[in-house]
Design a protein around this ligand. Structure first.
Ligand code: DLL
Length: 431
């Protein structure tokens, strides 16, 4: 008998009560079992008994990545070591790794959530899911695998890189779903195109995440493979990993599992909630997490809640794609710029490929310079290149109010990576 992983109340009437129960449990569990949280809550003069309604969430202090790093190696731990069956960690580009603890129940909950993602993507047990993300300390590989096994689809656990093996297995095993970072998906489809493999494959769906992707990347992936659906999957190590929500079949935002965590969107400066629909920082509070519970954890990810009902019919709430991170912002000649804005400008210009790089320099006279390297698609006559460079410059000026130098490079010349791509290189530091 097949099991549904969507047992959320059909009309969501019971959701607030479920969230309140989870919130009360989380606060008292954290207070009673984690020294870190006890100190923090005491400092804020909040005790678990004070949580009586969902509005009381706002009385709670925020938790930050810095808290996790300062309390290395087992920050937020709220169960005895004997109950921890696994740890995961995010690599952390600066400072110490963020290590998170999982009990067996946490792993089971994560598997159920991930299975719900596959259900929402309309997979069936006859799907063959090729997993091309990293295994190990990172939550990605094991997360996808856990979800597959709980859902009942066939996992093909290859891991990242190794496009040769991926191409062979896609063809030999007739995988139907490919899961990876957005960068790896691009790398793979270009390899599929190079090998002329498209007609020998059964690929129908892509699920990719771990980093932002542009509209151009989506177009390329869909054009080359003819895949029916591409799904954006968000997730972060602190909140189990990938699998806490998924872009729906109507491709209009990400439904998230509000029965497992509460999502708030706050203004990153004032930390006050924004008006529903406005962009702000995503803050999450877990409702059932035992090993490392989260109380108002500041993800630094920027997005917005989509308040309207979704045309896919699913009633679970939605947030938009992650538009960037508040700490990715850079300042160029007094203008605040998010990399997502650059994706957006380039995505609108025909003739531009899906990859780009931004290099920032400081000249001898102290003035800053922005060099944008952009891949060119198709015709590469000098006139075409000149017009394209002019169009890019003028769109940057019009939409972001900065004037970059543009260097056009051939398609496929910028590096592709199977990991999270880095596209902004700030060479001004230390000046
Ligand atoms: O990236 C987990 C994951 C693995 C998600 C595979 C999806 C697929 P971390 O390494 O802890 O975990 O990084 C989390 O990556 O706060 C976002 O800034 C970014 N991120 C993750 N998914 C997306 C996405 C994994 N779909 C951080 N779109 C998050 C944009 C994403 N950014």
């Amino acid at each position: 008998m097949s099991r549904s992983f969507m047992p959320v109340p059909a009309d969501l009437e019971d959701l607030p009560a479920l969230q309140l129960k989870g919130l009360k449990w989380t606060v008292s569990h954290a207070y009673n079992n984690s020294l870190f949280y006890r100190k923090k809550l005491d400092n804020f003069r909040v005790s678990p008994e004070m949580i009586r309604s969902l509005d009381d969430l706002r009385r709670l202090p925020f938790t930050t990545a810095q808290d996790l790093q300062e309390n290395y190696p087992f920050p937020l731990r709220a169960v005895p070591f004997e109950k921890i069956v696994r740890v995961h960690a995010s690599s952390g580009t600066t400072g110490k790794r963020k290590v998170l603890c999982y009990t067996q129940k946490d792993i089971n909950d994560w598997a159920d959530m991930f299975a719900r993602c596959f259900e929402m993507a309309q997979l069936s047990p006859s799907d063959r899911v090729q997993i091309a993300v990293g295994y190990g300390l990172w939550t990605a590989g094991v997360g996808f695998q856990l979800g597959c096994e709980r859902f009942g689809a066939m996992a093909v656990p290859v891991g990242p890189a190794n496009t040769e093996m991926h191409c062979q297995l896609l063809e030999d095993l007739q995988s139907t779903v490919f899961c990876s970072t957005a960068s790896m998906a691009l790398l793979m489809v270009e390899e599929i195109e190079r090998r002329g493999q498209r007609d020998r494959l059964s690929l129908k769906k892509f699920i990719f995440g771990a980093e932002r992707h542009s509209r151009k990347m989506r177009q390329r992936i869909q054009e080359i493979t003819g895949a029916e659906h591409l799904f954006d999957i968000p997730g972060l190590t602190e909140l189990y990993g990938p699998g806490t929500g998924l872009e729906c079949i109507a491709h209009d935002g990400v439904h998230y599992w509000a029965d497992y965590y509460i999502l708030e969107i706050v203004n990153p400066e004032t930390l006050e909630p924004v008006i529903p629909g406005e962009i702000g920082e995503m803050v999450v509070t877990s409702l059932r997490k035992e090993g490392s519970p989260l109380i108002r954890y500041r993800t630094r990810d920027l997005t917005r809640v989509i308040p309207e009902p979704c045309s896919c019919g699913n009633l679970l709430p939605r947030h938009d794609h992650i538009l960037g991170r508040s700490d990715d912002m850079f300042i160029f000649r007094a203008v605040n710029i998010y990399p997502g804005q650059i994706d957006h400008v380039l995505s609108q210009i025909p003739g531009v490929g899906s990859e780009y790089q931004v290099h920032l320099f400081r000249k001898g006279d102290g003035r800053d310079l922005m060099l944008v390297k952009v891949e060119m698609l198709g015709a590469d006559s000098p006139e075409f290149a000149k017009d394209l460079a002019e169009e890019i410059t003028s769109e940057f000026r019009r939409q972001i109010m900065v004037r970059p130098q543009v260097e056009l490079v051939g398609y496929g010349t910028l590096p592709r990576t199977e990991r999270k791509s880095r596209r902004v290189f700030d060479n001004r530091a230390g000046d």
